[in-house]
Design a protein. Structure first.
Length: 331
């Protein structure tokens, strides 16, 4: 009888402790989400990837402005055409079904030929006739509309993705997750940008490009074939735009207006880095890409481009010539 008096309170205490123990065990089993530091590091890595892709597309646009002082509004369509041309060779049933790597190389060659054709058969005759820069800028807007809707007719409005490297499992590199595809695209983009920098600094054509960018008349008086240099710049710009289009379509999606959407970020990177400076375009595009991705930690994804443009405005208020731009005297 005496034992029964002690057994009843003990059972009551045990029953009361069971929910707490169960809840504690469940809390230990539930995985914890990523910390703010982990998410910030992931956003930084994503921003670097986005920034170097923008930089590949923007370098050619910056070089074109540096040599002929023209803002080529149709440059975004060269990005789209490069991506959709590789898509045709890689995916389309009526296409040859090439692997993405040779399809990308063919798209780069096609982009270079298209850029050279625009310069040789459209821009050069207009400049020879004395067409002003404002009129040439309007021509590039019309060319942009024409090329964009031609892509819409032949490619269609439905977005697509390439046949290879589409779905991959991310590698966990500490707190950062990245797929082999994204890592390869980032490393290749950095290698291409370093190659462009070496071309500008270590080769004769690179020296000629920099000379024409600084003073076209003096470069021509020094014996440099300015027309040939400008043609090479347009071909280089078309090739880089096509390559950037394939990379962007690989990590995002291929669509008929993808280049037009990316054009605003290209302009932001070029102006932020300094108009006419290839290195400024690289640095400015990297800043734009990082700011756009990091801003998603606090603000909705739809506003990421707005915060990148706000950064552009703030930097220009402090340094009007851009990060690497040269200060020019007016008046």
């Amino acid at each position: 009888m005496r034992n029964q008096r002690f057994i009843a309170p003990a059972l009551a205490l045990l029953i009361a402790a069971l929910p707490a123990a169960t809840a504690s065990a469940q809390d230990d089993e539930v995985p914890r989400g990523p910390t703010f530091g982990d998410r910030a590091l992931q956003a930084l890595v994503d921003g670097i990837q986005f920034g170097v892709i923008i930089a590949i597309c923007a370098v050619g646009l910056s070089l074109i402005f540096g040599t002929v002082h023209l803002i080529n509004f149709a440059h975004g369509e060269l990005v789209t055409i490069g991506a959709t041309f590789a898509f045709f060779l890689n995916v389309t049933p009526s296409g040859p079904h090439w692997h993405l790597i040779p399809a990308t190389l063919a798209a780069v060659v096609f982009g270079a030929l298209l850029g050279g054709a625009i310069e040789r058969f459209l821009m050069r005759p207009l400049r020879t006739r004395g067409t002003g820069l404002i009129n040439l800028f309007i021509v590039t807007i019309g060319l942009s509309l024409l090329l964009r809707h031609l892509v819409l007719v032949f490619y269609g409005a439905r977005p697509g993705s390439y046949a290879q490297y589409d779905i991959q499992r991310a590698w966990d590199l500490g707190p950062v997750g990245i797929t082999p595809r994204d890592l390869t695209v980032t490393l290749l983009s950095v290698a291409v940008l370093l190659g462009v920098a070496a071309l500008l600094q270590k080769t004769r054509i690179g020296t000629a490009i920099r000379a024409v960018s600084v003073d076209r008349d003096l470069a021509e008086a020094s014996g440099i074939d300015v027309r040939r240099v400008v043609l090479i710049v347009w071909m280089l710009g078309g090739a880089l735009a096509a390559l950037g289009g394939v990379f962007f379509g690989l990590v995002e999606i291929v669509s008929w207006d993808m280049g037009f959407k990316l054009l605003l970020m290209m302009f932001a990177g070029i102006i932020l880095g300094g108009l006419g400076s290839a290195y400024g375009a690289m640095v400015g595009s990297l800043v734009v890409g990082v700011v756009a991705q990091v801003s998603t930690l606090w603000f909705p994804l739809d506003l990421q481009y707005a915060w990148a443009l706000l950064t552009l405005i703030v930097v220009l208020l402090i340094r009007p010539q851009g990060i690497l731009g040269r200060r020019e005297r007016v008046g």
